[in-house]
Design a protein around this ligand. Structure first.
Ligand SMILES: NC(=O)C1=CN([C@@H]2O[C@H](COP(=O)(O)OP(=O)(O)OC[C@H]3O[C@@H](n4cnc5c(N)ncnc54)[C@H](OP(=O)(O)O)[C@@H]3O)[C@@H](O)[C@H]2O)C=CC1
Ligand SMILES: O=C1O[C@H](COP(=O)(O)O)[C@@H](O)[C@H](O)[C@H]1O
Length: 510
C-alpha cells in the first residue's frame, strides 16, 4: 500500500518553470535576501530551469546596472559564496522593469513582457508576484495587478502572490488587506510570508513532536510545567530602522507574527495530514484559544513592555532607545516585550507560555524551552543540595541550530551526588552541512504551490485580535500600564523577571 504522507511530500516538491516578478526590486530585502536565496537555489540545483526574474521598481536603471547592484550584494551575503559561472547563467535570466507602483500603464507593459517570455514557452507561463515593497503600496500593487489582468492565470498555468510583512498594523488593517488580497487572488494562491516558518529548526518542530514517539505522550499539562520562547537581539536601530520601528514596536514586529507562529507549532494538536490546510487548521486553533488580555489590568499583569537605556553590547557603548537615530526622545514604543500567555485547551490547561523579545540584549539568539515538571524526588530529597532542577528540552532556532535535553545525572564517584547534564544535537555536526536560508525554502515552496509554511488569513487575523487588546491598553486606555526600562546589554527589565517569578519560575539563561 502506498504511504499517503510520502505521496503528499513528493507532490509538494515539484517546482515548475515560472517568471518571478519582484515589486521593490531595488530595495534592501531583494538585495540581501531574495536574490541571494534564488541564487543559492540555483547553486544547489533546486531552482527549476526556465525560471525568469523581473525586478520592478521606480528608479531608472538598465538591466546591466540592476544586475551589477545585485551581484555586488550577492558577493557579500550569499551563503554558498559567489561562483562566477553559476552567477553568470543565473543573472542572465534577470531583467529590470521600471515603473511607479501606482501607474497602471507600468503593469500593462509588464504584462506584455510576460507574454513575450511566455511566447518562448508555447504561450503558457506561470507567474509568481513577490510584493517586497513598503506596506503602504500593497493595495496599489494588488489592484493594479488585477487591473492589468495579471491575477488571472492562463489556462493550465498558475498565478500566485507572495505578500511580505507587515501584514497590517492591527486587526482592522489586516482585514482590509485580506479583503484586497482575496478580491485579486484566490486564497490558495496567496502566500503571506513569515520567514521564521522557513527556518530549518521551526520546520523541525513538527518532526520532533510527531515523528518521535517519546515526546508526544509527555507534551501536555500533566508533564510540562511551562514553556518559554525567547528571541534576543543584540542589534538596536542601526541602518535607519528606527523610523519603521517607532510605528511598530517589539510586539507588532516580532510577536504578532514570528513568535506566535512558533508558539502555535509547539502547542498545536497533531494535524490529520500534512496538507497546508491540515497544518494551518491546527495552528489557528491554538491562536484562537489564547486567553485574551482584554483589560488594562490584565495587560499590566501579563505583559511587560520596556525600552533600553544607554549601555554596552559586545563591549561597545550603545545609545538608549530614545537616543537612537529616527526615534523620538518622547517615544512610547517598546523595544522589549515579555508576555505571559495561557492557552485554554484541554492539553494546555494551566500551563503558562512565556514569550520575550528584545533589542539590545546581550546576544542574538532564538530558542524555545520546554520545562518539564519535577520527578517526585522522595528518593533523593535527603541528599545535600537535593535534586538540581528538572528536565528541560531546548530547541535552538538560531544560531547553532539544534536540540538539547537537560537531565539529572549522578556525578561519578563513591558518594551519591547529582548534577544536571545535557544531551545535545547540533545540526551542523550531525548533518555536516549548514541549513538553507529561510527565504530559499519559502520561495521554492511558493513555486511548488505549497502554502504550509505561509500564514493563512484566519491565523493572521486571530493573532491581531490578541495583539490589539494589548496595544489598546498601552496606547488608548486611561489606565496605561507603565513602560519599564533596562540597561542595554542586560537581559531585560526587572519587571519581566518578577512576572515569571510570580508563577514560581525564572527565565532561562541563554
Ligand atoms: N529589509 C529587510 O530585511 C526586510 C524587509 N521586509 C519587508 O519587505 C518590504 C520591503 O523592505 P525593504 O526592501 O527593506 O524596503 P526598501 O525601502 O529598501 O525598498 C523599497 C523598494 O520599493 C521601491 N519603491 C518605493 N516606492 C515606489 C514607488 N512609488 N513605485 C515603485 N517602486 C517604489 C523602491 O524603489 P526605488 O529604489 O526605485 O525607489 C525599492 O525598490 C517591507 O514590507 C518590509 O517590511 C521584511 C523582512 C525583512
Ligand atoms: O522580521 C523581523 O525579523 C528580524 C529578525 O529576523 P532573524 O531571522 O534575524 O531572527 C528582526 O530583527 C526585525 O526587527 C523584524 O522586522
Amino acid at each position: 500500500m502506498s504511504n499517503p504522507f510520502r505521496e503528499d511530500l513528493v507532490s509538494r516538491n515539484r517546482p515548475e518553470p515560472c517568471t518571478v516578478v519582484i515589486f521593490g526590486a531595488t530595495g534592501d530585502l531583494t538585495h540581501r535576501k531574495l536574490i541571494p536565496a534564488l541564487y543559492n537555489l540555483a547553486v544547489d540545483g533546486e531552482l527549476p530551469t526556465g525560471v525568469n526574474i523581473i525586478g520592478f521598481a521606480r528608479r531608472e536603471k538598465s538591466d546591466e546596472e540592476f544586475r551589477a547592484g545585485l551581484e555586488e550584494l550577492n558577493q557579500k551575503v550569499s551563503r554558498s559564496g559567489h561562483d562566477e559561472e553559476i552567477w553568470g547563467k543565473f543573472i542572465s535570466s534577470v531583467t529590470y522593469h521600471q515603473s511607479e507602483f501606482t501607474d497602471l500603464d507600468g503593469y500593462a507593459s509588464l504584462s506584455k513582457r510576460l507574454d513575450e517570455i511566455d511566447a518562448g514557452r508555447g504561450g503558457k507561463g506561470n507567474r509568481l508576484f513577490y510584493i517586497a515593497s513598503a506596506p503602504e503600496f500593497f493595495d496599489d500593487i494588488l489592484l493594479n495587478l488585477k487591473g492589468a489582468g495579471l491575477n488571472e492565470a492562463k489556462e493550465g498555468c498558475w498565478s500566485r502572490v507572495i505578500v511580505e510583512k507587515p501584514f497590517g498594523t492591527d486587526l482592522k488593517t489586516a482585514k482590509h488587506l485580506n479583503q484586497v488580497v482575496n478580491e485579486t487572488f484566490h486564497e490558495s494562491d496567496t502566500y503571506r510570508i513569515d520567514h521564521y516558518l522557513g527556518k530549518e529548526t521551526a520546520q523541525n518542530l513538527m518532526v520532533l513532536r510527531f515523528a518521535n514517539a517519546i515526546f508526544e505522550p509527555l507534551w501536555n499539562s500533566k508533564y510540562i510545567s511551562h514553556v518559554q520562547i525567547t528571541c534576543s537581539e543584540n542589534l538596536g536601530m542601526e541602518g535607519g530602522r528606527g523610523g519603521y520601528y517607532e510605528k511598530s514596536g517589539a510586539l507588532r514586529d516580532m510577536v504578532q507574527n514570528h513568535l506566535l507562529q512558533l508558539l502555535s507549532l509547539v502547542a498545536m494538536e497533531p494535524p490529520t495530514d500534512l496538507s497546508a490546510d491540515g497544518v494551518r487548521d491546527e495552528k489557528v486553533k491554538v491562536i484562537r484559544s489564547l486567553r485574551q488580555w482584554d483589560t488594562p489590568e490584565k495587560v499590566a499583569e501579563n505583559v511587560i513592555r520596556a525600552q533600553y537605556t544607554a549601555g554596552h553590547v559586545d563591549g561597545n557603548p550603545v545609545p538608549g532607545y530614545r537616543e537612537e537615530d529616527r526615534v523620538s526622545p518622547e517615544s512610547e514604543t517598546e523595544a522589549y516585550v515579555a508576555v505571559r500567555l495561557l492557552i485554554d485547551t484541554w492539553r494546555w490547561s494551566g500551563v503558562p507560555f512565556y514569550i520575550r523579545m528584545g533589542k539590545r540584549l546581550p546576544k542574538k539568539s532564538t530558542e524555545i524551552s520546554i520545562h518539564f515538571k519535577d520527578a517526585p524526588c522522595v528518593l533523593f530529597s535527603a541528599l545535600p543540595g537535593g535534586v538540581p532542577g528538572g528536565n528541560v528540552l531546548v530547541i535552538r532556532i538560531q544560531p547553532d541550530e539544534g536540540i538539547s535535553l537537560r537531565m539529572v545525572s549522578k556525578i561519578p564517584g563513591t558518594s551519591l551526588r547529582l548534577e544536571p547534564v545535557k544531551m545535545d544535537f547540533h545540526y551542523a555536526t550531525s548533518f555536516g552541512k549548514g541549513s538553507p536560508e529561510a527565504y530559499e525554502r519559502l520561495i521554492l515552496d511558493a513555486i511548488a504551490g505549497d502554502a504550509t509554511l505561509f500564514a493563512r488569513r484566519d491565523e493572521v487575523e486571530e493573532a491581531w485580535r490578541f495583539i490589539d487588546h494589548i496595544e489598546r491598553a498601552w496606547h488608548e486606555s486611561d489606565n496605561k500600564p507603565p513602560m519599564a526600562e533596562f540597561v542595554a546589554g542586560s537581559w531585560g527589565p526587572r519587571e519581566a523577571d518578577e512576572m515569571i517569578k510570580k508563577d514560581g519560575f525564572a527565565w532561562r539563561r541563554l
